[in-house]
Write a protein that binds this ligand. Structure first.
Ligand SMILES: [Zn+2]
Length: 281
């Protein structure tokens, strides 16, 4: 049975969604890379400055994200020449960058791959806080679970620290499940490549860094929607778990987690180069 009120609500909602998609879409256009340009990897250390991210007992997310991001960049710059690979950071210190600012920087740099680095956490009242653990790598997608949505809400809610966020983010409300419907209309041209890198990174975080496997997941993160390139968001592990936090803040932990992502990058870069060569022949 059709509920006329419900039907009208759906039509109105679709109109609002279409308006928001049209309003938001021009900001995520990426330019095509010139031939022989280096492969540009954009490394995005999540949070920073007044936005500390998730909190552990001794440290916080923004610090670990930055350490892993910088270590990853250094490894890439050590192995590859500037002609081969260019590293761009969305932040290289402890300062605040908006979610859209991160996307703009990545798009302006004509990035070929966007790697967003984060630490996971559960609610402060959760009884799982001291036991939950494991790495997961997200791509943009719609196979949402309640747990995934909680992660997306937390990572997106940083936009509320900006005074004019409703204008910048076109009315998107990070805490409303309905807002996420908007992106069901957004096509992601880069999904296959994003999944490919996500799989490599996930595998490495498990085999090289010894993290428990929470699998590749999909959800709607602002930085994945608005970067016009293959893009992933890595949740390294759970900073709220004191045992895991100890590992994450140790030199060994930083080295293992960053070299796991580096190994995935090397593999991805190798196959991207091969594919580019094959298509130019
Ligand atoms: Zn985060």
């Amino acid at each position: 049975m059709i509920d006329p009120k419900g039907h009208l609500r759906t039509i109105l909602m679709m109109a609002v969604i279409a308006a928001i998609v049209m309003c938001c879409s021009p900001i995520c256009q990426a330019k095509t890379n010139a031939k022989n340009a280096p492969f540009t990897v954009v490394i995005d250390a999540g949070h920073g400055g007044k936005d500390v991210g998730a909190k552990g007992k001794k440290t916080n997310e923004k610090s670990i994200n930055l350490k892993v991001a910088l270590a990853l960049g250094r490894m890439i710059e050590k192995k590859y020449s500037k002609k081969e690979v260019k590293v761009v950071y969305t932040r290289d210190g402890d300062y605040f960058v908006t979610l859209q600012g991160r996307c703009n920087k990545a798009n302006k740099a004509d990035g070929n791959l966007f790697i967003s680095i984060h630490c996971n956490s559960v609610d402060e009242k959760s009884p799982r806080r001291n036991t939950v653990n494991g790495a997961s790598v997200y791509t943009l997608g719609l196979s949402r679970s309640k747990e995934n949505l909680e992660v997306a809400k937390r990572e997106n809610s940083v936009m509320m620290l900006e005074p004019d966020y409703t204008t910048t983010y076109c009315g998107f409300d990070p805490n409303s499940a309905e807002s996420y419907i908007v992106f069901e209309m957004n096509q992601n041209r880069h999904l296959n490549q994003s999944i490919k890198f996500a799989a490599l990174a996930q595998q490495q975080l498990v085999s090289h860094a010894g993290r428990a496997d929470k699998g590749i997941r999909q959800d709607i993160f602002w930085v994945l929607v608005h970067t016009g390139m293959p893009a992933v968001l890595i949740e390294l592990d759970f900073i709220c778990n004191p045992t895991v936090e100890k590992y994450m803040m140790s030199d060994k932990g930083i080295d293992q987690m960053s070299s796991a992502i580096f190994n995935a990058f090397s593999e991805y870069y190798r196959s991207a180069k091969k594919a580019a060569k094959a298509s130019s022949n």
